[in-house]
Design a protein. Structure first.
Length: 156
């Protein structure tokens, strides 16, 4: 009897294909990432910078823009309030267009998106490259690199 139990324990059980479960999980993760970005866009457009910042890892986000690194989560929030706060015309209207999401691991993804900030003075366009991490069951941006330009300076 003991020998039969040991043999049964050593014989591998028929393997169930993992691919459908992984694919479903990847689809759910991609949808969750898209929801984070949509929520950030909506928060920005209503002037809620703290709501916008909920999409970033707090406190550990690394934010690279204009050739420099912002000072973490709080430094990034301070930058947004200082440079975009006040009147809605100063903040503008933000639009994200997700170009790709590549799942790197079950808790990591690379997102590349185009963005456009429409406003009367100093409109902006550019590309965001973001490392998304799943922390505590929630997708957040842990590394954000922005490459922007002033569309008024571009010649056709």
């Amino acid at each position: 009897m003991l020998t039969s139990l040991l043999l049964a324990a050593l014989v591998p059980a028929p393997a169930m294909p993992a691919a459908p479960l992984q694919a479903a999980s990847a689809v759910e993760d991609e949808a969750a990432i898209r929801a984070v970005i949509a929520s950030m866009e909506a928060a920005w457009n209503r002037g809620d910078f703290r709501g916008y910042m909920q999409g970033f890892a707090d406190p550990g986000v690394v934010f690279v823009s204009n050739g420099r690194i912002q000072d973490g989560w709080q430094g990034t929030l301070d930058h947004y309030v200082r440079d975009y706060g006040g009147a809605p015309e100063r903040r503008g209207t933000l639009h994200f267009d997700i170009l790709s999401i590549e799942m790197l691991a079950s808790d990591a993804a690379m997102l590349v998106s185009r963005y456009r900030l429409d406003r009367p003075e100093r409109p902006q366009q550019g590309i965001n490259t973001r490392l998304m991490r799943k922390i505590g069951g929630r997708w957040v941006i842990s590394l954000n690199h922005v490459s922007s330009f002033d569309p008024a300076t571009v010649k056709d």
